[in-house]
Design a protein around this ligand. Sequence first.
Ligand code: R5P
Length: 323
Amino acid sequence: MSDKKCDECPLRRVRSCVMYKKVQMLYPSMIVIGGSSSRDLAKELAMLLECKCILASSTRFPDGECYTRIEGESLNDDVVIVQNTYPDPSIIEMLLIQDAAKRMGAKSITLVIPYFGYARQDRIFKPGEPLSAKVMAKHLGLVCDKVITIDIHKESVLSNFKCPAKDLKASGAIAEYFTDKGIDIVLAPDAGAAERAKDVGTRMGLPYDHLEKIRLSGTEVKIAPAKTDCMNKNILIVDDIIATGGTILAATVQLKQAGAKSVSVACTHGVFTGDAIQRLTGGNIDALLCCNTLESKVSNISVASTVAEELRKGKKRGLLRKK
Ligand code: R5P
């Protein structure tokens, strides 16, 4: 093994050395490209993978059309694009970045879509509606070799991709964040999130349960009184999405009425429509956190290591490129 120094190797050895090859296995070479919706996550991901990060520039023409550019001559490597498909302008930006990456010679393209917009319209609820989730998969799938999402609303949406697609869970990151924060019980605000509460609770070694929710309209929900013993308990509510905050506010009222000592709230995707953050932080809720799938002032739980692990595994097994 040579001891000659080389700037490309994390251990400062030459490319041909055994140690360099071992390091390459641990930190496989890739290029991470951050779209405007996910720059911080892209940077963190690249740092964990010890690989290059390029933040695609993104501006709007006077008429509102998107202009994006990946700085550099070529992308002669496996490329990971990190970009949400929410809100709508982010979808166009993603399609344009995919095209630019392909034209710059990317050997493979993996889309990391932290928040997959339109996943909720995964079926036709009323005649005449589109199958929005399928439309998204069809178009995004035109230029990519692998797709990674995080807590997508319905995993079945991923079957619309022709390439391998995997949904990762934020439960590990949420459980890790709340470990040692004195939580006594993990609750889901409705039956739909019961598995999530189970996953987080199990990881934290805590009891878990769920409340019963009745949706009255898009903005109004009713939560039934808690059957779980909440008296003097520090409760963590977990959900996939907080949009208007109606679900969480209604759940918190019930938990406080049942004697909860504190109510902390964590979700994967903090969509936070309108003044949701102010409404949620201005009252009964003791802590409000979400993951960095959508960037906001409370997105302090990072899913970067979960995504990095998946990318590392894929690269090692040669799964990022189409056979
Ligand atoms: C519902 O299925 C989801 O898991 C969330 O509970 C819901 O999207 C939250 O919406 P909101 O914050 O508007 O009540």
